[in-house]
Design a protein around this ligand. Structure first.
Ligand SMILES: [Fe+2]
Length: 145
């Protein structure tokens, strides 16, 4: 497997962890802004589900095998999970902010690897994620201001 595809599977595994992490925040966030954040986390885990499907199907389209079990995903993932406990809205935003920064860096790395492999379609897919995550980062800054 090329480095591009190994890293795509790692990205996929991290999205699987991120998907559950967003549910954790959706369920356990408490305090000021609860209604807004509860809704936002739901929107974000729906987007994560779409990313999981798109990245997995891109791997299949190029003849590779996407990670498709939680056991394997946890072996590959580098994104840290949260504990199963209530979290203040302030701490929830900090946790999300850090992960959004992580996703921007990870998506940029994928674009670089895809460009090196002359895979324009994969580069395009991950370029879209950079755009979305950078927009979300701006919105989180605005929400905290
Ligand atoms: Fe819900």
């Amino acid at each position: 497997m090329k480095k591009l595809h190994t890293k795509m599977n790692e990205y996929l595994a991290n999205q699987m962890v991120g998907f559950i992490k967003l549910h954790n925040l959706h369920w356990y966030v408490q305090g000021k802004g609860f209604f807004v954040l509860h809704e936002k986390f739901e929107e974000l885990y729906d987007e994560s589900a779409q990313i999981i499907d798109d990245v997995a199907e891109r791997l299949l389209a190029v003849g590779e095998k996407p990670v498709a079990s939680l056991k394997k995903a946890l072996e590959l993932a580098t994104l840290a999970e949260l504990d199963d406990k209530f979290i203040s809205s302030e701490d929830a935003i900090v946790a999300l902010y850090k992960d959004v920064e992580f996703w921007i860096d990870a998506s940029k790395e994928m674009v670089t690897l895809a460009e090196e492999a002359k895979d324009v379609s994969t580069a395009d897919l991950f370029t879209g994620y950079i755009t979305s995550y950078e927009k979300l980062l701006w919105m989180l800054k605005a929400y905290q201001a």
